[in-house]
Design a protein around this ligand. Structure first.
Ligand SMILES: [Zn+2]
Ligand SMILES: [Zn+2]
Length: 389
């Protein structure tokens, strides 16, 4: 089969590799009809996530048709159309029982690699480095899906791939980011990052009852999408002082909750940003928390800082004094996707949201290298790339 493989920093290619096989009774093989490139794929692409090996198959957002099932998969049959959640979860362990699926204790065979860095391991994730289990990803013609009796969600035929594909990651991720804000009627929520996850976080905040949502970015195309498709207000951070602008918009108090949908490769300006760039390049720190710092400072006293942007290791100049003295709560996590797929599919079916609004580019799998490049450089308004095998 054809698959997109990681070749090193800012290099991917489409390789011909062996077709995946059923290895365990609870596996299924899915023939992929649509797959997407995610912002977290860019962290791998840019070489900021350790544990990548040349030839690793990328992709953790995918859907398709079941073509083979193991003996232990009773709920799926050949021909079913499914979306696959990016965390791999057994359904039986303590974490899965608590619906904390991205923390499954049984799906990451490389837990020992992660423990020295993070203390404990996460679940295995598709196409997401050997620290997350080294599973082949879904930017391919086929994928092996472990614990297929737990993860994949059957989707109705009257919805297009683009309407349901993002249940695999970014729609639940944005939704969880908003849910962690425990939104009350009348709340104002600020979202850093108008990429696809930021768009879904903003939209979800409104669905969950926020009165106003303010989205911060530097790309006019994305800010326009947030205004026109989501109904958010926007701040262009190169044209305004974000902290001052947010105070102005919130009677001086700051947003009730803030969402960091940017993560470890945040951009910014000024001396602190220059410091972050140098520290990251010289490996004195792993992550650039530009958006996170600003979000913490912006948040109103007693508010919640919801972090859904991805971080890999250590950050520097972290404003813990603001967090402690101003009674802020930080909530974060890799998304427990399985928990959200069914209820969010219901919202799509009820017409509350059509997630396909984020798609700006549809390309053939063969053109994946071009897709990564366009997405990285935000060329011609690129917000989300869908690849068709
Ligand atoms: Zn993703
Ligand atoms: Zn589990």
């Amino acid at each position: 089969m054809k698959a997109v493989s990681w070749q090193g920093r800012q290099s991917v290619q489409v390789d011909t590799v062996p077709d995946p096989q059923i290895l365990n009774d609870r596996d299924a093989i899915v023939k992929i009809t649509s797959t997407a490139i995610c912002g977290s794929d860019l962290h791998l692409y840019n070489g900021f996530v350790p544990g990548m090996i040349k030839g690793d198959i990328l992709g953790h957002e995918f859907m398709g048709e079941v073509v083979e099932v193991g003996r232990g998969v009773g709920n799926l049959k050949v021909g079913d159309r499914v979306v696959v959640p990016f965390p791999i979860a057994c359904g039986n362990c303590t974490a899965c029982q608590a619906e904390a699926y991205s923390l499954c204790e049984n799906s990451n065979p490389n837990a020992w690699m992660v423990e020295p860095i993070w203390g404990h391991a996460t679940a295995g994730f598709f196409g997401y480095s050997h620290l997350a289990g080294g599973y082949a990803g879904g930017q391919a013609e086929f994928a092996r899906v472990p614990f297929a009796d737990v993860g994949p969600l059957k989707v109705p035929s009257n919805l297009t791939d683009e309407q349901v594909l993002f249940l695999s990651d970014i729609f639940p991720t944005g939704y969880m980011g908003a849910e962690m804000c425990n939104i009350q009627r009348g709340d104002v929520i600020a979202v850093w990052g108008a990429g696809p996850v930021g768009q879904f976080a903003a939209k979800s905040a409104l669905m969950l009852g926020a009165e106003r949502v303010i989205v911060i970015d530097r790309f006019e195309d994305r800010l326009r999408m947030a205004r026109e498709k989501v109904g958010a207000e926007t701040i262009h951070y190169e044209q305004a002082n974000v902290l001052e602008a947010l105070k102005e918009l919130t009677g001086g108090r700051g947003p009730d909750s803030v969402i960091d949908a940017v993560g470890m490769e945040a951009h910014g300006h000024g001396p602190l940003y220059a410091y972050d760039k140098v520290a990251q390049t010289t490996k004195m720190t792993t992550d650039r928390p530009v958006a996170l710092r600003e979000a913490i400072l912006a948040c109103k006293n007693g508010g919640t800082v919801s972090v859904i942007g991805v971080y890999s290791g250590i950050i520097d100049k972290f404003p813990m004094g603001a967090v402690m003295n101003r009674s802020l709560t930080i909530k974060t996590g890799q998304t427990h996707v399985h928990r959200y797929m069914r209820p969010l599919l219901d919202r799509i079916e009820r017409g509350e949201i059509d997630p396909s609004f984020v798609v700006t580019h549809t390309m053939r799998l063969d053109d994946a290298a071009l897709g990564y490049d366009k997405f990285l450089n935000k060329e011609d308004g690129c917000v989300k790339v869908v690849l068709k095998p």
